[in-house]
Design a protein around this ligand. Structure first.
Ligand SMILES: NC(=O)C1=CN([C@@H]2O[C@H](COP(=O)(O)OP(=O)(O)OC[C@H]3O[C@@H](n4cnc5c(N)ncnc54)[C@H](OP(=O)(O)O)[C@@H]3O)[C@@H](O)[C@H]2O)[C@@H](O)CC1
Ligand SMILES: [K+]
Length: 491
């Protein structure tokens, strides 16, 4: 499990560790790791040109000490001192090693074309609000130039705790982060600025609290996924009810049922009107179908969980069917049109059994009356707030999917690919996560493992080219085999 922390959590841990060590030793450890990663990005350190952007805090100190180490190995290192003050000991060490201080004009396009690497040490976990001048101007110039950038600890301008980018921010190829991952490096928009994140161990581990954010590894997912035992039959493996699709949107029903079957539900009971029933029957003869003549699940039979909403419509029939599903005593995954219904009628959420909602930012905006852009800008915060306010588990879809539940670290999923941004893939995700709920996983586990498998299936299906939602359904078993470390071709 990859764990990540807020700036305050990191500071508190650093404080304890620093008190036990000689002054400056943490920064030297940080700088040594930074110099090692930077050196590896250069074809040859000796004779290469490195430019440091140095701010007024310890982030600039890290950059100066790393610059010193690179200068000692023969690099030509120059520093722009952009802050109101500069880390004095770092600057002295840098100068003694042969480092040169240059003016801000060194980021002119012509000058940057001679630079092999930029180290961004303007600001780290100490940033507040949007990047101010002259930092912002330097960052714009560097971003516009075709020069690789290593961000020190955090790309300058990214909020380390939340991933917010309130103004300009460095676009790094690599971020060398000190002591522990920062939450804002793992969730967009911050994650998109960080590039590859390399962690430098400075001995902070024993002093860190419970994490703010967690990213599951394949091993974590493999351990959490249910595996049928010798005694399993279709009922014991978990029966999922699917209330999805309508006359207008028959495909949503097909894709949701497909996602659920491929993700290992013992049985899928599909309940809907005649048009989607015909389509589900044609695509998935495995599904057990109830054609509804009224909006009630009374005749459907026992299930262990429900998926409610994809393509369901938002008319009175859909509303009544949603009421009927939510009146059951099993976990319900609420997606798509059912989220619109719940936004209109919050009383639908009054139930004691667990609820997992799977909105994208626009759907969450309708549900919580927040602004969509604000949600996109602060995904962790809004997912957590919605989970607390609504008393549900929230899976907020997006390039970095966030699964939030009260009193638990947010789980961020990064397996997805932008090729997944196509119609119907959300229906597949609902089916996958619903199948995991039916197999006994809690909402938090089903949401995070479902997002992981769905993202990975998307990646396998895309393989660098466009995909359809049906392709994602087909690759779910490959994704499961991949996390289990089994070859894709065996069963
Ligand atoms: N502690 C340790 O042991 C270790 C710490 N480590 C390193 O230290 C870093 C934290 O250092 P830090 O606390 O000095 O803060 P830091 O990020 O350099 O910036 C603070 C300064 O930035 C400025 N500023 C703020 N907002 C701004 C804005 N919007 N726009 C423009 N400027 C803005 C503001 O400056 P001012 O405006 O006051 O001149 C403020 O004083 C951490 O990220 C890691 O790299 C590692 O070496 C490991 C050991
Ligand atoms: K930085």
């Amino acid at each position: 499990m990859r764990t990540a922390y807020t700036a305050d959590q990191i500071r508190a841990a650093e404080h304890v560790l620093m008190a036990r060590l000689p002054e400056g030793s943490l920064m030297r450890r940080a700088a040594s790791g930074l110099a090692t990663v930077s050196a590896a990005l250069l074809p040859m350190v000796y004779g290469s040109r490195v430019l440091l952007l140095v701010g007024s805090g310890d982030n600039g100190g890290d950059a100066l000490y790393a610059g010193m180490l690179l200068a000692r190995r023969g690099a030509r290192v120059e520093a722009i001192l952009a802050g109101t003050r500069t880390h004095e000991a770092g600057l002295e060490a840098f100068r003694l090693a042969g480092g040169r201080v240059v003016g801000p004009e060194a980021v002119d396009r012509a000058d940057l074309s001679f630079v092999d690497l930029v180290l961004d040490g303007l600001v780290g976990i100490g940033v507040t609000g949007a990047l101010r001048e002259p930092y912002a101007g330097l960052v714009r110039a560097v971003n516009a130039a075709p020069v690789p950038v290593v961000a020190v600890d955090v790309p300058s301008g990214v909020d380390a705790s939340t991933g917010r980018v309130p103004g300009t921010a460095i676009e790094a190829q690599v971020t060398v982060t000190m002591g522990a991952y920062k939450a804002g490096l793992l969730v967009d928009p911050g994650a998109a600025h960080a590039g590859v994140v390399e962690l430098v161990d400075i001995g902070l581990g024993p002093y860190l609290p419970d994490p703010d954010v967690v990213v599951l590894t394949p091993e974590d997912v493999a351990e959490l996924l249910p595996r049928p035992s010798n005694e399993s039959d279709k009922y014991r493996r978990g029966v999922l009810g699917v209330a999805a699709g309508s006359v207008q949107y028959t495909g949503a029903a097909v894709l949701t049922v497909g996602g659920a079957l491929r993700a290992g539900a013992g049985m899928v009971r599909y309940a809907g009107q005649s048009a989607p029933v015909g389509q589900v029957r044609a695509h998935w003869p495995e599904a057990v179908i109830t054609e509804l003549d009224r909006p009630s699940i009374g005749e459907v039979g026992r299930v262990q969980a429900w998926v409610l909403g994809p393509g369901l419509g938002t008319d009175d029939w859909a509303h009544e069917l949603a009421r009927s599903v939510l009146a059951s005593d099993v976990p319900v995954l609420i997606d798509a049109d059912a989220l619109t219904l719940v936004a209109r009628d919050r009383s639908l959420l009054r139930r004691t059994a667990p609820v997992l909602i799977t909105p994208h930012a626009g759907e969450l905006a309708r549900l919580t009356r927040a602004d969509r852009d604000q949600i996109e800008a602060a995904r962790l915060e809004h997912a957590h707030r919605a989970a607390t306010e609504l008393g549900v588990t929230v899976l907020l879809k997006g390039s970095t999917t966030v699964v939030a539940e009260q009193h638990r670290p947010a789980r961020v999923n990064r397996t997805g690919t932008s090729w997944l941004a196509t119609g119907g893939t959300g229906d597949v995700l609902s089916g996958v996560a619903g199948a995991l709920l039916a197999q006994g996983l809690g909402c938090y586990e089903a949401g995070s493992c479902g997002a992981y498998l769905h993202g990975l299936a998307g990646r396998i299906a895309a393989h660098g080219a466009p995909l359809t939602a049906a392709d994602v359904v087909a690759e779910i078993p490959s994704a499961i085999r991949t996390v289990r470390g089994e070859p894709r071709s065996t069963t």
